[in-house]
Each structure stands twice: as C-alpha cells, then as structure tokens.
Design a binder for this molecule. Structure first.
Ligand SMILES: [Zn+2]
Length: 433
C-alpha cells in the first residue's frame, strides 16, 4: 500500500549539508524527502499534516558506536530494544560493534543480523565486523566477503590490535574495500587491571588506575600506521586531552584521521567515582576536569568529528556488585541529544555544528545514506522540542538495561518523533498513551 504523503510544517530545519537553518516545510513522499520549501508553501491536501512551528527538525542522528549485545547477551540488549532505544533518542541509524558472542566476523553473520533488523520498527542497523578473527589481533577477517554482505566498518572494539604489523595490514586491506577501520585506542598492557583513570581519585580510593598514556600511546601508534599506509583510521571514544593534541597535529598534517567522543566524557569527571557508583565506570574511564575542558574545546575547533554514545548495556547483576567486579559501560542513546543540546548552549556550539557531529559527519565517515535532507534522499529525520524540560527517568528507557550515569538528572530537549525512510518509528506522544 502506498504511504500517505506527510507534510511537516514550519519546523526550524537545521541541515548543514545544504546550509539551511531556518523555518521550512518538508514534504515526504514514498519514503523520501521530495520538497523542502518556505513555511506554508507546500499544499497539504491529501497529506498527513504535522504542525511543527516551534520545533527543530534535524536529519536523523547517526551513532557510529553502539553495542547491541546480539548475539550472545540478549538479556542486556536485543536488536529490537536497542534499535527502538536509538529511535527514541532521535537516531535513525546506528553502527553496532562486533564484540558479541560469538564475534561478528563472517559474511553470514553480518547478513543475518541485517536481515533480522529489517522487520524492527526502530533505527536502521549498520553492522561493524571484526578486524581480526575472534578479535584476537592476529589474523585478518575476510574483508571482501564482509563488505559484500553489507558490513560498513571494521573494529575489534573492546580490544586494541596491539600487534602493529597486523594493524598495518588491516588498515591497508580495509582501504581496498572502502571499509572504515575503527580503533579502540588503548594500550592493554598499561590499562591491565585498571578500574578508573589513574590519578588523585584512584589513589584516594585505592583502586588501580588506567593512566591517560594508555590512550595517548595507542592513538599515536594508530595515527603513525595511518600515515605509513596512507589509509584512513577512526579513533573511538577519545577521552584524554593528550590524545587530542596528537590528533589535532595529525589533522593539520593532512592525515586521514577522524575521531569521536561520547557525551559522558563531556559532562562527567572521575570525581564522580568518589560515590563508588558503578554507573560511572566505563572504558575508557572518566578523566579529569582538564580532559573534559579539552574535549569541549576540541568539539568547537573540529578536532573531534563525531559524537557517539558507546551505548554499552549491562544488567543490574553486572553493575550492582563490588566496584572492582562491576562491568564497564553505560547506556546513552536516549540522553545523547538533550545533553548535546545543553552543551551547545553552554559552549556556544552552533546547532548546525551539532548536526554535523551527530549526523552529517558519521554518515560521511561510514559512507552511508543520511546526514542531510537533500531532495530525493531517504526521509530519515527527527523532530525535537528543544524547550521541554524533564528529569531523566532511566526506567522509561526502551533499552533492556538501565546503567545510565544520568538517571534523575534534569534534561532539556525532547525527541518527539523519529522517522526512518518516511515512516514514524518513534512517537513520544503515542508512547505516553
Ligand atoms: Zn571501545
């Protein structure tokens, strides 16, 4: 059955790819953006009309770093719960990491996950496959087969490929097949047994620390190999000021380096660990105020290309235990946008820049559709009420897991609707009833 055309009227459209930041009407036909014109200029007869005069309209957000725990740990998250949680956060596409059980390393696995995701009313699934078999850092996977099956990126995320000769080959082959390699840049030997960032707080709590050099050294090695192979590399969840200096220099030299950080590193520091609350325990760990400020600066100056959530669901069992036994990771799909809207006011980050970080740049890095609202492109978008204030209640989350460090926090900015291919996959109001 043909879908009724939709007109979204009068929202402030923020679309940096087209240099648009003003009120527009948008017409969605056959799942695509078919017009983007002045307010009240598109005829609404025969269309579903959505009045959006006071709202923001963004290209659907794209998260290039999530853990959907499927297969193997579906009690923490499933494809359905994860993709619905993403949609509730304004994300129309996510990239799922390969550190599942078993590891995603074959064409058959990639194809079956992508197929399973198609019947889910939620964000689109893009799949990352492993760089090396078993994520053991020794033998490369079959990148050509993985590409044919639909993988768009490669990563041993959760582990760093410590053998530089293996990583050199991985970068070279990934480039041949236009697959983006993502590195979990952290020296595992320096980070071994670490619970939180090494420093004043770890000393005070008597917890073993992960020095910021664990990230800095890995970032430097990864960038050196990108220079050697002339292949691109994407550095995941950057959390340290020292790493940013190396990345900024590499970019100034024209190297093909990109990186992401996550909202928690932009709002929280290791001081939070004084509570021994396991929902502040993640890897890489929270850093110092100096790191937080450097990350905010790097958002503004373009050193950081993307905001990713590193959504990492863990069950209560894995979190409510002795601190040093508690699992790493926090969820983040439904808090990322309100937090980034708050940050945009705090540090005077333009909304167009926010959309670049959360939609346009991830689409470009992964070479996938989306990131803009150009005529003829898939109607992936989100409608946001930037003025709605509320206290975040993680118990309302679509995720199966509730390990958020932001539970109970005041947030401002609510995703009202998320569209994927012209279909509403999340509707805040119908969700209430
Ligand atoms: Zn990682």
């Amino acid at each position: 059955m043909r879908q009724q055309p939709i007109v979204i009227r009068g929202a402030t459209v923020v679309d940096p790819a087209q240099d648009i930041n003003e009120a527009r009407d948008i017409l969605i036909e056959d799942g695509k953006v078919s017009a983007l014109d002045k307010p009240f200029s598109i005829a609404v007869e025969g269309c579903q009309l959505i009045k959006a005069e006071s709202l923001l309209l963004f290209p659907g957000l794209i998260d290039l770093h999530v853990h959907l725990r499927t297969p193997g740990h579906e009690y923490k998250e499933g494809l359905s719960s994860g993709l619905k949680s993403a949609a509730a956060g304004g994300f129309s596409s996510v990239l799922a990491m390969a550190n599942t059980s078993p590891v995603i390393e074959t064409a058959e696995q990639v194809a079956s996950l992508l197929k399973a995701s198609q019947s889910i009313k939620g964000a689109r699934l893009y799949q990352c496959a492993a760089l090396t078999k078993g994520r053991l850092g020794q033998e490369l996977c079959q990148y050509d087969d993985l590409k044919k099956a639909g993988a768009v990126a490669l990563s041993d995320d959760g582990s760093w490929v410590a053998d530089s000769a293996v990583m050199r080959r991985a970068l070279s082959y990934a480039q041949v097949f236009s697959l983006l390699p993502l590195s979990h840049s952290q020296d595992p030997f320096l980070a071994k047994n670490g619970q939180i960032r090494e420093g004043r707080i770890s000393a005070r709590l008597g917890l073993s620390g992960i020095p910021s050099q664990a990230e800095e050294i890995a970032v430097f090695r990864d960038i050196s190999l990108s220079a050697l192979t002339k292949a691109p590399i994407h550095l995941c969840h950057i959390s340290c000021a020292a790493s940013l200096k190396i990345i900024a220099r590499a970019k100034s030299e024209g190297l093909k380096v990109s990186c992401e950080t996550a909202p928690h590193y932009l709002f929280l520091t290791d001081e939070k660990l004084l509570t021994y609350e396991a929902n502040f325990k993640m890897n890489p760990p929270l850093g110092s105020l100096n790191d937080l400020e450097a990350l905010r600066e790097a958002i503004l100056d373009g050193t950081i290309d993307a905001i990713a959530t590193d959504h990492a669901p863990q069950s209560i069992l894995e979190k409510e235990t002795e601190f040093d036994q508690a699992a790493f990771g926090v969820i983040g799909l439904e808090t990322a946008l309100p937090l980034m809207l708050e940050l945009s006011e705090k540090i005077k980050l333009k909304l167009s820049k926010l959309v670049e970080l959360m939609s346009l740049n991830p689409a470009r890095l992964l070479n996938i559709p989306g990131g803009h609202l150009k005529k003829g492109s898939p109607a992936d978008l989100c409608l946001v009420d930037k003025d709605q204030s509320y206290n975040y209640d993680v118990n309302q989350s679509k995720s199966k897991s509730h390990n958020s460090p932001f539970h109970g926090r005041a947030l401002k900015g609510r995703v009202l609707k998320t569209f994927v291919g012209g279909k509403i996959v999340y509707d805040y109001e119908s969700n209430l009833s």
